[in-house]
Design a protein around this ligand. Sequence first.
Ligand SMILES: Cc1cc2nc3c(=O)[nH]c(=O)nc-3n(C[C@H](O)[C@H](O)[C@H](O)COP(=O)(O)OP(=O)(O)OC[C@H]3O[C@@H](n4cnc5c(N)ncnc54)[C@H](O)[C@@H]3O)c2cc1C
Length: 453
Amino acid sequence: MTQTLHIIGGGMAGSEAAWQAANMGITVVIHEMRPKVETFAHQTGDLAEMVCSNSFRSDDDEGNAVGLLHWEMRAAGGVIIAAADANALPAGSALAVDREAFAKTVTERVTAHPNISVSYEEVTSLPEGPCIIATGPLTSSALADAIAAEAGQESLAFFDAIAPIVHFDSIDMSRAWMQSRYDKGETEEERTAYLNCPMDKEQYEAFIDALLSADVTTFKPGETAGYFDGCLPIEVMAERGRETLRFGPMKPVGLTNPHQPDVKPHAVVQLRRDNALGTLYNIVGFQTKMKYGAQTTVFKTIPGLENARFARLGGIHRNTFINSPTLLDEQMRLKSKPNIRMAGQITGVEGYVESAAMGLLAGRLAAAEILGQDLPPVPVDTAMGALVSHITGGAEAKTFQPMNVNFGLFRPVEAKGGRRGRKDRYKMYTDRAKAAWSEWLGLPALDESSAAE
Ligand SMILES: Cc1cc2nc3c(=O)[nH]c(=O)nc-3n(C[C@H](O)[C@H](O)[C@H](O)COP(=O)(O)OP(=O)(O)OC[C@H]3O[C@@H](n4cnc5c(N)ncnc54)[C@H](O)[C@@H]3O)c2cc1C
């Protein structure tokens, strides 16, 4: 008899993980604390409740990395994406759903599965047998304590403080330059680890004015603002004094602009590499509560970032997540306790789609392990593979913050006949991903027309 797989948390990731494992013949028990124990954001006792927006974002599987993730989840028979499709509302190229009907559909399908049962209880300690922890951004404190005791207090965060992340190839290097402050570092790579964008006095003053007048979001009731100790939003720093940023993250010292070596910058915005591929850079110290529209307007006033494309914008939220790059192996298992896999937002991905996708992978990987099957590694050229590779190793562990799926996480495509436009490149990414994902799933090879469907 095979072992039972216990899944803690019946949200996006837990429901999908259960579905995938159950379809592979595994007996699954989901442990869900709602409705007995509530969170400040959930309203019902349904599985896979959407706590805020009703959108699964872009459904464009040829030009958008989230849309590609949708495609991969459909190809893998995902219950979350199927329930979304069944309850879709008109929303242009986005996949938006009737949230109540969506959660009811997931709940009905998952609870009706002959291999799945649901136990409505809070889990407060780490189980011994095969298990997936998918308790999400609002993991209960007793379980968070148990995870911290196993993983180390410093490996568990309760807020994300996300600085905006920019695609390297959208930065104007005729204005920006690579240099670490005071050229510190043993190697050339260390001495040029930062990307610098200079500002003169006028540009700095205009930037501060823009920060002070930008629209910001506020915390929800119950979502305490404990972030003030360690990581102030930049607009709050600016409120404390017009020079605060110039003496903080934007200090202009130890740097020489090679484009204008005789001009001392008044302030410098620094960006730091965010992934091993070097395709993404985060703006150092620029965590913010500004609304997304305001962020793009304000950040594009930074010299060198006028045409920046953002892989993600900044934010500060209540969010429990682990330092996956140090704690998880490539199979999403805790290195220190390999009977436990982690999935969903607690692994440091962000969003309904990414969380469900990581649940899908964890469910399949856990089931294969129980069955003694040897699955090949998840292909890195798929959206699933790019995301899981990022959280389990590609991301910088020291500055690890939750991540949405985006093409910056993918290995660059080699365009035959030179550089192509963005649309063509994205199509190349998605074609490559679809072929690799189909092969991994054991599906027939795609021809051109079926890939485009
Ligand atoms: C306030 C807020 C707003 C958000 N808005 C959006 C948005 O608009 N769009 C978006 O894409 N994402 C949003 N997110 C992120 C979103 O919640 C996640 O992306 C997604 O729901 C994560 O899926 P998950 O399965 O990892 O966690 P969840 O979907 O949260 O599921 C985790 C489940 O585990 C249960 N649980 C927790 N602790 C225990 C325990 N000890 N024992 C048993 N069960 C437990 C919870 O009750 C919950 O059902 C938001 C998050 C928050 C907190």
